[in-house]
Design a protein around this ligand. Structure first.
Ligand code: HEC
Length: 160
């Protein structure tokens, strides 16, 4: 008699386990798991279906700028001051094309100057940049901003 009860209970438990697994959560591979899979698939298809946005004028302008900037970086055909070479070129590239530092080529003097002040004052945080310009004075800020803003014109003058 005992054996029959034990046998019956064993079958019942195994049956319950199978049932739970079929209805279970994602990690048990049950119904919920299938739903998760479906959602994932739908998301995949949707992200693929996103239409490629038309290039805006700004993007085209940026690409032109990049091409010119890359050219500037590859040969650095135009002249830059020793001051720039010494203090900025190591990170921003011989022609302002950007290496560790962001590209400066093509930016206006005002934009560059404003950013320099922001880094120095800590309003814009970047340890590398802050360290780099810690000992660069105000006169240099103005002069270098002005010079860097002319890189594009210098490159264009040579490209002609
Ligand atoms: C040790 C490397 C290093 C040196 C040297 C350095 N920079 Fe930078 N610079 C950086 C990094 C890194 C960034 C990016 C900071 C960020 O992402 O906020 C940066 C960002 C900038 C930006 C902001 C660019 C943007 O479009 O937002 C300007 C402007 C700038 N640097 C100018 C200069 C000038 C001028 C000099 C020379 C006096 C100089 N940097 C020297 C590393 C450097």
């Amino acid at each position: 008699m005992k054996n029959i009860i034990v046998g019956f209970l064993t079958v019942l438990i195994i049956g319950l386990m199978a049932y739970t697994a079929s209805k279970g959560r994602a990690f048990q591979g049950g119904e919920a798991g299938k739903i998760t899979e479906n959602v994932a698939n739908i998301q995949k298809t949707e992200s693929k279906a996103t239409p490629i946005a038309q290039k805006s004028d700004r993007e085209i302008e940026n690409e032109k700028l990049k091409a010119l900037r890359d050219k500037a970086g590859s040969v650095t055909t135009f002249k830059v001051s020793d001051n720039y070479k010494k203090k900025c070129a190591s990170c921003h590239g011989a022609g302002g094309e950007g290496i560790v530092g962001l590209p400066l080529f093509g930016q206006s003097a005002e934009a560059i100057y404003t950013k320099l002040v922001e880094f120095k004052s800590g309003r814009r945080e970047n340890a590398i940049m802050k360290g780099a310009i810690m000992n660069v004075n105000e006169a240099d800020f103005k002069e270098l901003s002005q010079e860097i803003s002319e890189f594009k014109a210098r490159a264009e003058a040579l490209a002609k």
